[in-house]
Each structure stands twice: as structure tokens, then as C-alpha cells.
Design a protein around this ligand. Structure first.
Ligand SMILES: Cc1cc2nc3c(=O)[nH]c(=O)nc-3n(C[C@H](O)[C@H](O)[C@H](O)COP(=O)(O)OP(=O)(O)OC[C@H]3O[C@@H](n4cnc5c(N)ncnc54)[C@H](O)[C@@H]3O)c2cc1C
Length: 285
């Protein structure tokens, strides 16, 4: 029988968690749904695991007239069940509610869902579309990062090993509509082949679009923002020809690979289709 010397710590405050992570190969643990698999297959062998489940400061969803703040230990099930998030950020609510299966959603946390950085994950595009910002801290400093700038590559973020995600903040804009849609050809609980998060902000007339953001997952090493599609929609009324033009521009922004979920060409086609549908869902929301 093999044994490991992994130490398991359960801090009860953020400052205790930050001082516990000082060891070189120590890791934070949220719901453990990604980490458990990596640990089981020995892809990681940390000397210390710092479980955040007892840190009350990292829990809770707080809504004010100007923003929504979500603690990093809030689970996907809690986000999906929150009525204010469903009303104000329907794309985020939908994304949290389709991840994996009920058992995964009951355990998986916001911090883990962002830090894991698998480019097929549902939540990042939905949150980037509504301009989410990530608050992180280490023992000596804190910073806020636009989620759009958070990802560096496959399973890679800008976080240092000693940095803890404490919360995510999303601004509330009365004239914004948002959505998230995904496509899974295999089982319902599987990662998506392609996911599309969209938001449209309207001018005071309520009819013309002032800004548009389209973000795709599953079609590159990181979530991809199609700036060209956003620019093409600004100033239009979101009529069907404008939506189709924007969706076509998504093809040039994505960089998919062939894998068991489809060929690169197929994924490029599906990215355009789901970008169009996500935009349409914004208009119908
Ligand atoms: C069966 C299955 C199906 C899945 N299907 C989907 C799917 O359809 N769509 C989808 O998007 N995802 C899917 N996932 C992935 C799932 O979203 C992630 O496993 C989950 O979000 C990770 O959250 P966690 O809290 O469990 O993270 P953990 O496993 O606890 O941690 C993941 C990583 O984040 C780090 N971390 C955790 N919390 C913090 C923090 N606060 N600050 C800094 N770093 C932190 C950890 O050190 C680790 O590196 C699936 C996973 C499983 C097991």
C-alpha cells in the first residue's frame, strides 16, 4: 500500500488561509471536483491542501442596485438557485445550472470554476460577457482582475500559487440583456462542445445597441471574446441581418482543435450558430 504525506488544513478565515498556503506546493481546495481527479491520477501531489470550506468570509451572494458580489466558495447550485442572479444575470444563472450534473454543482465553487481554467468551462464566458471582475488576495496585497484578462492558456491563469480568489463582482446595468447557451452532442452532463455568452447594452432610446460582447468557450485555449462581432453590432438595432453578420465574424475569432467532440471546422460552424442564438436569446429576454 502506498501512502502520501499530504497535510490537510481547514482554516477558518481568509488571513489564516493565506498564511497556510506559504509552502511551495500547497494548493487551495474549493469543492474538490477538479482537484480530486488530478490527485487520484497523480497529476498533482501537493504537500499541503488548504480547504476553504470553513471560511465564512468567502460565502454569500450580495446584491446592491449597482453590483452583484459572489463569494468564491459559493457553489454552482447556489448561483443557479439565486433569484436575483436569475433576474439580473440570466446568462450566469443558466451557465451555473448546466455544469456537469447535480452532484458536481452541489460541490463545485465559483473560485474553483474560475481557477481550474479548462477552456470548455461554461461559467467564464457567461461572466466575461457581463464584465465580471475577480478579487484576489495574497498575504501582503490584493488586486482586482478583469475576468477577460484572467486566462493565459490551457489550465493557466494569471494567478500566482499564493493568490486566493475571494469574490467576483459584476456591475448591474439596467439597459443590459445577457444570455448563455451551449451545445453538448454527448450526454447532458458533459462539457460543452461550444458555449456562447452574450450581452447587449442599449442606448437611451431602448432600441439601438450601444455595446455588445460575445464570448465563446470550447473553441480555443482560453475563453474567446470576439471584438469584431461586438463592434459590428454597435449602433444596429439587433435586426436579424446584423446578428447573422456578427455571428459570421465569430468564425475568424475562434481557434478550435479536432477532438472527440468534433472537428475544428464543425466547432467553428457551431460557434457561429450558437453565437447567433445567444444574441437572439438576449433580445428575447
Ligand atoms: C463529472 C464532471 C462534469 C463536469 N462538467 C462540467 C461542465 O459541463 N461544464 C463546466 O463548466 N465544468 C464542468 N466540470 C468542471 C467543474 O466545473 C469544475 O470541476 C469545478 O468548477 C471546479 O470547482 P471546485 O470548487 O470543485 O474546484 P477545486 O477542484 O476545489 O479546485 C480547482 C482549482 O481551483 C483552485 N482553487 C479553488 N478555489 C480557489 C480559490 N478560491 N482561489 C484560488 N484558487 C482556487 C484549486 O487549487 C484548483 O487548482 C465538470 C467536472 C466533473 C467532475
Amino acid at each position: 500500500m502506498q501512502s502520501t504525506d499530504t497535510e490537510f488544513l481547514i482554516p477558518s478565515s481568509v488571513s489564516e488561509a493565506l498564511s497556510s498556503i506559504a509552502l511551495e506546493d500547497a494548493i487551495f481546495l474549493g469543492g474538490g471536483t477538479s482537484t480530486a481527479l488530478l490527485y487520484k491520477t497523480r497529476m498533482i501531489e501537493p504537500s499541503r491542501v488548504v480547504w476553504l470550506g470553513n471560511v465564512g468570509e468567502l460565502k454569500g451572494i450580495f446584491t446592491s442596485p449597482t453590483e452583484v458580489k459572489i463569494g468564491s466558495m459559493v457553489t454552482m447550485a447556489e448561483i443557479a438557485a439565486d433569484r436575483e442572479i436569475a433576474r439580473l444575470l440570466p446568462g450566469v444563472s443558466t451557465a451555473a445550472g448546466v455544469i456537469g450534473n447535480a452532484r458536481v454543482r452541489a460541490m463545485a465553487t465559483l473560485g474553483g470554476a474560475l481557477a481550474h481554467a479548462d477552456p470548455r468551462q461554461d461559467l467564464p464566458p457567461a461572466l466575461i460577457a457581463v464584465d465580471a471582475k475577480v478579487s484576489v488576495r495574497n498575504a501582503s496585497s490584493s488586486r482586482e482582475i478583469n475576468l477577460a484578462d484572467f486566462y493565459e492558456g490551457f489550465l493557466e491563469t494569471v494567478l500566482s500559487p499564493d493568490e486566493l480568489i475571494t469574490e467576483v463582482t459584476v456591475p448591474i446595468l439596467q439597459n443590459r440583456r445577457s444570455s448563455y447557451l451551449r451545445y453538448t452532442p454527448t450526454s447532458e452532463g458533459d462539457y460543452p462542445t461550444v458555449g456562447a455568452g452574450a450581452s447587449l447594452t442599449f442606448n437611451e432610446d431602448g432600441k439601438s445597441i450601444s455595446t455588445a460582447t460575445l464570448v465563446l468557450c470550447g473553441v480555443g485555449a482560453v475563453p474567446i471574446v470576439s471584438s469584431e462581432a461586438g463592434l459590428a453590432l454597435a449602433g444596429t438595432t439587433g435586426d436579424d441581418s446584423a446578428l447573422l453578420r456578427a455571428a459570421e465574424l465569430v468564425r475568424g475569432a475562434v481557434d478550435p482543435q479536432d477532438d472527440e467532440r468534433g472537428t475544428a471546422d464543425y466547432k467553428r460552424d457551431m460557434a457561429a450558430v450558437f453565437a447567433y442564438r445567444a444574441l437572439k436569446a438576449c433580445l428575447n429576454s
